[in-house]
Design a protein around this ligand. Structure first.
Ligand code: ZN
Length: 181
């Protein structure tokens, strides 16, 4: 995978809507991708990132809510319990925050970057972030949880953003105030 030319994919890019492939054999390339994803996440002040967000439909996510970095391959939820509603943002839907109802506690199975099977129990914010990132692997975005009216507002916002981006070319991006996933 090339280091150059990578950028965070934004709502409207078809790569965000494809279902990701399971990784069959974990290689150095996957480990490099996971490192790149971690760097992107930290550089963007995000707390989670899924491979489709950098244009790759491989089932890989990184998560770091400040309690340690997870690099996970083929993650899936095997148990869920309870409910919580948190306001979520997404690096691929910039500037948009949506309250989403999710499970309060989840158990995941995944592989680590050495292809070792993991079982992870998570609750509250960490459980929310895992569910958000696994949604990305299924082509699902926070946009999909929005009401019809909010969807129209988001589409308008994304169009304005695309226009602004075109006219601002070359200017530094404004600092984000909230954390996105
Ligand atoms: Zn996201």
């Amino acid at each position: 995978m090339e280091k150059t030319g990578l950028s965070i994919k934004i709502l409207g890019d078809p790569v965000l809507r494809k279902k990701s492939r399971q990784v069959r054999r974990v290689s150095d390339e996957h480990r490099r991708t996971l490192s790149t994803m971690s760097r992107f996440m930290h550089d963007s002040n995000g707390i989670g990132l899924a491979a489709p967000q950098i244009g790759l439909n491989d089932a890989m996510i990184v998560v770091d809510i400040g309690t340690g970095l997870y690099k996970l391959i083929n993650p899936r939820i095997v148990e869920r319990e309870g409910e919580q509603v948190l306001e979520e943002g997404c690096l691929s839907v910039p500037g948009v925050y949506i309250k989403i109802k999710r499970s309060r506690r989840v158990v995941l199975e995944a592989l680590d970057e050495e292809a070792k099977p993991l079982r992870i129990e998570a609750q509250d914010l960490l459980a929310c972030v895992f569910q958000h990132e696994i949604d990305h692997l299924n082509g699902k975005l926070i946009f999909d949880y929005a009401s019809v009216i909010k969807k129209l507002q988001i589409k308008r916002k994304m169009r304005a953003l695309a226009k602004k981006k075109a006219s601002d070319e070359g200017l530094p991006e404004p600092k984000r105030e909230r954390r996105e996933l």
